[in-house]
Design a protein. Structure first.
Length: 203
């Protein structure tokens, strides 16, 4: 009887957490978000376990290091931002939807920059892959909203998602006042209106 290669064995499906384990995981991530926001990323991990209402052993079972906990928190922040983009795709005004999400992106960068920068690399070189994935997710959300706005002739056809995100990131890093950030976004919107051309100046 001849043997034939059946090809590579299928990879096992990732294990799902038990309901109680998932609940503890979610409690820890929510508590870490609050504690990091209140005290910074160097806050005592004991405070996070206490706020989550779980023991330290439970916390370290889910997150052996502070770095893993920070990654989980930041990943959730990115997921929420992208989910917000998905929900805005149903808005009646594509132009408003795009710039509403851009405001959310600016707030995300301004508030979570320290969190992102605190994710140091390790020997596996995981950090670049994480940031590439998060950047891709946000770029995808921006692209979907931009394409819809361009189809509705709400913004210039030559505008790219990368350009918009670069402008928004600059605003987030250059301003500390929400009112000023809103004004700068308005100027970006005026400059990218479909009726404008590359030679138009923003008034």
């Amino acid at each position: 009887m001849s043997s034939q290669s059946a090809g590579p064995a299928p990879r096992p499906a990732p294990q799902r957490r038990r309901a109680d384990a998932q609940r503890n995981y979610d409690l820890l991530v929510a508590a870490a978000r609050d504690v990091f926001q209140d005290q910074g990323v160097d806050a005592p991990l004991d405070d996070i376990a206490r706020r989550a209402g779980v023991g330290n052993a439970t916390m370290y079972r889910h997150f052996p290091t502070r770095r893993e906990l920070i990654i989980a928190v930041y990943a959730e922040e990115v997921s929420e931002l992208c989910a917000r983009g998905d929900s805005l795709l149903a808005e009646n005004s594509p132009g408003d939807a795009l710039f509403d999400w851009l405001q959310d992106f600016i707030a995300h960068v301004a508030a979570k920059r320290e969190l992102a920068l605190s994710i140091t690399d390790d020997r596996t070189g995981r950090r670049p892959a994480l940031f590439d994935r998060w950047h891709h997710s946000m770029h995808t959300a921006a692209s979907a909203l931009l394409t819809r706005a361009q189809t509705a002739s709400a913004v210039r056809a030559d505008l790219t998602a990368a350009e918009l995100l670069a402008l928004a990131s600059g605003i987030a890093l250059a301003t500390t006042d929400a009112t000023q950030a809103e004004r700068l976004v308005l100027l970006v919107r005026q400059g990218t209106d479909a009726s404008s051309t590359p030679d138009d100046s923003i008034r």
